[in-house]
Design a protein around this ligand. Structure first.
Ligand code: SER
Length: 318
């Protein structure tokens, strides 16, 4: 089957890279990028791009039918930090947009597969903190986490009730150089590279020893595509797959960045995001994802750091 893929949130941190990767695989004309705002020139000029608001269900269904979309990647969301500032809006945006997608996928016959990102934020303070299992206690205490857990349950429901092939990953903090994250708790791990290059110093909003799970964006993109290309018979999880990754604290970034920029200095001023971080796991058991569709991590902290600085310096100089 010739896929026609729609991406919602193509201007975002994941979307801006996933769009490019999918166009390389499926051909640029077959990957339809959408967002409520303008995206990078690479995304907007490299294939079809349209301004589209996923909250507008009529426009959404029209677009999907008109373009005979076969797969949807719904990446738009309000992240954890911002969701705490605007709880009701965040809940509405995260949930209604997912419901719109699930309904469109159920109603429009051409759509046969959906990707929706979940997050490590589905876990909470009562979850085992280390090597968090796929199936475990889930009592998230953030608005974002509650919306992701509810979303996972809706995905599993549509799978069971309507046989919808929806796939999901519980992403850890994602580190990338193309598009900065926005409003998340793990964002410090992106900011620190940009600030280290520019100012040689960084004030971190997470305390020095608070560990969280992370992944370099190329590994996250690779995982997403692997999951979406896997034969349906191997998919055993219809809520969200745990994936393993790197367990890192700010102090680890500090030491690693000092290797490249010896004069780098880091200070700590934890804010409300520290409280969020403390409720999340520090490491994840991703063995089900590895068994089902072959997930693996390729980049460690050192390899990632070298690439981050190489790319940031290409763009902004030293
Ligand atoms: N990176 C996200 C956040 O910090 C977690 O999914 O909100």
């Amino acid at each position: 089957m010739k896929e026609k893929i729609m991406i919602i949130g193509a201007a975002g941190q994941i979307g801006s890279e996933l769009t490019v990767a999918l166009r390389e695989i499926y051909g640029s004309r077959r990957v339809f990028a959408t967002d409520i705002k303008q995206a990078s020139p690479e995304v907007m000029d490299g294939g079809p791009f349209q301004i589209l608001d996923v909250m507008n269900d009529k426009m959404l269904i029209h677009f999907v039918i008109q373009n005979k979309i076969t797969q949807i990647y719904h990446l738009a969301a309000v992240l954890s930090g911002n969701a705490e500032k605007f709880p009701t809006q965040a809940w509405r945006i995260n949930m209604e947009s997912l419901m719109n997608i699930l309904e469109v996928a159920r109603m429009v016959e051409t759509v046969h597969r959906v990707f929706w990102p979940s997050s490590i934020a589905v876990f909470g303070p009562t979850t085992p903190h280390k090597n968090t299992p796929q199936l475990t206690v889930m009592e998230p205490t953030t608005v974002y986490g509650i919306s992701k857990l509810a979303g996972e349950r809706w995905c599993a429901y549509f799978n069971k009730k309507h046989d919808l092939d929806i796939r999901s990953i519980r992403y850890p903090g994602l580190i990338s150089y193309k598009t900065e994250a926005g409003g998340g708790t793990t964002d410090y791990a992106v900011e620190v590279y940009f600030k280290a290059n520019k100012n040689k110093r960084y004030e971190c909003f997470i305390s020095e020893n608070t560990k969280m799970p992370f992944l370099f964006m190329p590994d996250a993109i690779d995982a997403t595509i692997k999951l979406m290309q896997a034969d349906r018979k191997y998919i055993s999880i219809h809520s969200g797959y745990n994936i393993g990754g790197l367990t890192l604290a700010p102090i680890d970034f500090y030491h690693e960045i000092k290797r490249v920029i010896p004069e780098f200095e880091m200070t700590y001023k934890p804010d409300f995001r520290e409280d969020i971080a403390r409720t999340w796991p520090e490491s994840i058991d991703g063995s089900t994802a590895t068994k089902d569709w072959g997930f693996e991590v390729k980049y460690d902290l050192t390899a990632m750091t070298d690439i981050m600085f190489e790319e940031i310096r290409k763009k902004y100089g030293e």
